[in-house]
Ligand binder design. Structure first.
Ligand SMILES: [Zn+2]
Length: 393
């Protein structure tokens, strides 16, 4: 209620001010005579705490003409920012319905109404407004940016591509990354339809857009493996390893398939170890440990893992270390515990202790009032760290 008043009071003021202004206007223009009784009716609603009715009255009172277009736009934006999308839509629709608007004002109102529709989740309506703006050559960049949002939301990747082509010269920035992903998404859809030829063609296009983007390479490698073409896949693995070693973890199944196919499991383990020297990716470490454990036993896997566990503080590796250690009766449990204690200590030292139950704000110290959402007593102890909460003002 208080927040609403903050909007309504200036609104009633503007309505009153405009009205007074007109009274002074010469030559007996419309609205120049007596005080409009609607203004008092609006005030009355306001005083009786009926803000919805008051808003309707004031909006009607603010007859749209060149003087009040800006006020309407500001008011509509205010409503949208406050999350009152229905009201924002009403204000902007009311504005667009007027025949007296200039082309520029109409464009602005269409853009704002489109944004209201987006916020309300009415994407098809937003789409037709943004398309209209593009046709009218008004606010083209904003309209295209928003159209792109709409099509991305609808996963209409072909239209995303079309919009990107128009947007790139207007926005004067490269949108190669987006275009690569749109092509890849289209390829994913083609694969779902069983159209491998189409998928291959789309991926080739994606690579022409950005030679060094890993996604089309990864998809091509997968496609090659699915067609049992490990030779092509191998060539692609090398490229990906070169460009984006951290993404090799995504291809672990495909790698395994190609090496196991040719009974070259040892070679793969060596390759993974080599890869890990460049890129300490947790999924890759995990896979490598699995393979070492299978080939050389748990003790060898524990040895291998220890080196990484002390460098990479990651609970996944910690869990892996416990798992492989438990599988090996020879492993010295006391030594293992020392390692775990050390690692846990370091991990917890970085861990925020308190989390706000309302907004998720995290903090090392206790706050009676959450610095994030400003609510009282919403912070609570959120880790297993073992010292008493410290109070601060
Ligand atoms: Zn909070």
């Amino acid at each position: 209620m208080t927040e609403l008043l903050l909007v309504l009071i200036p609104l009633s003021f503007v309505a009153g001010w405009l009205f007074a202004g007109r009274r002074k206007a010469p030559h007996g223009e419309p609205g120049c005579s007596d005080v409009n009784p609607a203004y008092f009716r609006g005030l009355n609603f306001l005083l009786n705490e009926q803000p919805d009715k008051a808003i309707d009255v004031f909006i009607k009172l603010l007859e749209v003409d060149c003087d009040t277009v800006e006020t309407h736009l500001a008011l509509g934006n205010l409503f949208r920012r406050r999350g009152e999308v229905d009201r924002a839509i009403r204000v902007h629709q009311n504005l667009i319905a007027r025949p007296t608007l200039t082309q520029e004002q109409r464009g602005e109102a269409l853009l704002e109404l489109g944004l209201d529709y987006m916020r309300a989740g009415l994407f098809d309506r937003a789409e037709s407004l943004f398309s209209e703006l593009c046709e009218l050559n008004l606010h083209t960049r904003a309209a295209l940016e928003n159209l792109l949002q709409v099509y991305q939301h609808e996963k209409d990747w072909q239209r995303c591509l079309d919009v990107t082509e128009q947007l790139e010269p207007v926005a004067k920035r490269s949108m190669a990354t987006e275009k690569v992903h749109y092509h890849c998404e289209l390829a994913v859809e083609a694969l779902k339809q069983g159209e491998r030829g189409d998928a291959a063609r789309l991926l080739k296009k994606a690579r022409q857009i950005d030679k060094r983007h890993p996604r089309p390479l990864i998809m091509q490698a997968r496609l090659a493996v699915a067609e049992d073409d490990c030779k092509t896949a191998e060539r692609l693995f090398h490229k990906i390893e070169d460009i984006a070693p951290r993404h090799m973890a995504l291809l672990i199944d495909e790698l395994t398939h190609c090496y196991d196919e040719r009974q070259r499991s040892d070679e793969l383990t060596r390759r993974l170890v080599h890869l890990l020297a460049r890129e300490r990716s947790v999924p890759l470490i995990r896979e490598t440990v699995e393979r070492i454990a299978r080939r050389d036993g748990a003790a060898a896997a524990v040895d291998f893992l220890r080196e990484y566990v002390s460098d990479v503080d990651d609970p996944v590796l910690l869990h892996e270390l416990i798992r492989v250690s438990l599988a090996d009766p020879e492993v010295d449990a006391t030594q293992l515990l020392h390692r775990l204690e050390d690692l846990l200590g370091r991990m917890l030292a970085e861990h925020p202790n308190y989390t706000c139950a309302h907004c998720g704000f995290q903090s090392r110290r206790y706050h009676w009032r959450c610095p994030g959402c400003k609510r009282w007593e919403t912070m609570s102890w959120s880790s297993a760290a073992g010292h008493a909460p410290k109070e601060i003002e």
